[in-house]
Design a protein around this ligand. Sequence first.
Ligand code: SF4
Length: 342
Amino acid sequence: MKSLLEAQNVTRIFDSGLLSKGHTVAVDGVSLMINEDKPSITTIAGESGSGKTTLARLLLGMIQPTSGSILYRGQSLTAMDRRARKKFRREVQAIFQDPYEAYNPIYKVDQTLTTPVRKFGLARSREEAQQRITDSLRMAGLRPEETLGRYPHQLSGGQRQRIMVARALLLNPRVILADEPVSMVDASLRATILESLVKVKRELGISLIYITHDLTTAYQASQNIYILYRGCVAEMGSVEKVIKNPKHPYTRLLVSSVPLPDPDIRWGREGEIEAKASAPSAPVKEGGGCKFSNRCPYVMAECRQAPPPLFLTDDDRAVACYLYKAGAPVSGRDMAKSLARD
Ligand code: SF4
C-alpha cells in the first residue's frame, strides 16, 4: 500500500500567554494515513478545542509540527523542494468553513476560478480554461450560466460553498481537506453539498478528509473516523463501529447526544453513561494521565498515572482507554495504516 498523505505521530504545541509563558498542546501524537490507491472519506471529529482544525492546518502545510512529520507521497513537507511543494499545493486542496471569507467582494466569482487556472498553468487557451471551469462547476452541482458573471453577494451560501468545491476540483487534486464545509450552510443544503463530495470521491477517485463536530454527516459520508479529545485520538476506526457502537467514554458522550437516521440505533438508551458534559475546572496536566479523567464516570487510579495507549477492540478499531486494556496495545501509526488499507 502506498501512502498519499500521512501524519506521523504529530504534535503541535503553541506558546500561550505573554507573561505566564504557558503552552497549549493542540495536537498530541496523532497519526493518520490516506491510501494512494484507495480513495476514501476519513472524518476527524471532536468538539471545539479538540485540535481538529490545527491537525487540518498541519496536513495542509500551513503550520509546522513541533514534533513528528507530515508526509506527502512519502516525502516530508519540510524537506520538499519548490517543484514538489507546488505539486503538493495543487494536489491537496482545502475547503473551509466560511466560503464568504474566501471571496473578494469587489470581484465577480469568476476570478476565484480563473486565478488558479492561470497560476498553475492548467489550460493552453481561453477556451480550454473556460471548459475546465464549466466542467468543475457542473461537477460541484452548479449551473455555470447561473453562477459565472455574479458577485459573491448575489449567490447563496450554498452556491458560494459549491464554488469552493469547484475551485478545488479545477486543480485535479488527489485529496480535498474539507474543514466544517457545511456548518454555515442551511440544514436543507447540507446533505446535497455532502452528496457532491461523496460523488467527487466515487467518480473522480479523490480522497477526502472531512473535519467536523457533526457526527450525523460524518456517519453519512465517511468510511473511517478519528475522534479527537484535547489533541489526542480517543478512538479511531471504521465509522460503522465507532458511531454505531462507541467504546471510549468520550465518544459515547458525543454519540449519545446525536440522533442518527438509523432505526437500529437507540440513542440515549437506558444505561448510557453520563459523562460530565462541561469542561473540567482544573484540566488534567499534560502527560499526567488520561485527559478525559476529570469528566469520566469510569475513572480509575491508573487513569491518573499515565496517558492510556490505544488498545485494539476490533480489527478495525482502537480505543485509548484503560477500560479496554484486555486488547493488544497498538501504535497510532500502525492503526492508521491498517485503516487506510482496509
Ligand atoms: Fe475514563 Fe480512564 Fe478510560 Fe480515561 S482511561 S476514558 S479516565 S476509563
